[in-house]
Design a protein around this ligand. Sequence first.
Ligand code: ATP
Length: 231
Amino acid sequence: MLRAEGVCAGYGTGDVLTGIDVIVEPGTVTALVGANGAGKTTLLKTLTGLLRPRRGRVVADGRDVTELSCSARVRGPRIVMVPEGRQIFGSLSVEENLALGAWTGRDGSNWDLVWELFPALTEVRARPAGLLSGGQQQMVALGRGLLAAPRYLLLDEPSLGLAPLVVDSIFERIRLLAGTGIGVLVVEQNATVALAAAERGYVVEGGRIADEGTDLLDKPELVARFFGTRG
Ligand code: ATP
């Protein structure tokens, strides 16, 4: 499993995370929800190695990876992030964008999995990715992440800017990804959809875990505070 243990992290002199513990199990979806600016992306950055925690550790499959760089975390424990806003290259074709994820050389049968999970991409594989719809671009971003052969896949706001039906379809694919054995951690402001798709959820508030569990959607006070709408 992938764990953040007592992680404190921030930028400049301020702390954004003030002691966070999170667990991501292989083969499951874990949702991390919370308001704008709560620190969700900051936690993803500490898990991937983009930001070093000031205190605490990141542990993957029993190994302390806190000091490893991003690329070492992709190659070793296979922690891969799909960033917010997709970050695809609009002038490159769909296939070229996907191929960028294959740099670890472990993509192998994941190409088949990408075409199977995202059949809509087969029809547009030669098209510049900038011409695709937002939902298709999110599929490219997920596919590129998959081609890095992740054991843990961290998704930052995959529903951003997408229509509700497209969001549902993206989350169906996220469940299928977890079904292949990948541990998925999904950060979302769209809390209802993310928690409905997840085995376990965490609520981040003010740099701490305010609540966690398998039944967060059943808690009326949380629903009222965070989950009033779909997005
Ligand atoms: P959002 O959904 O808006 O991304 P979030 O929960 O992911 O929210 P973070 O992006 O982790 O929140 O940001 C937490 C806090 O850290 C915010 O107050 C933000 O302004 C600050 N912050 C984020 N990135 C930086 C940075 N590079 N330098 C300084 N402060 C930052």
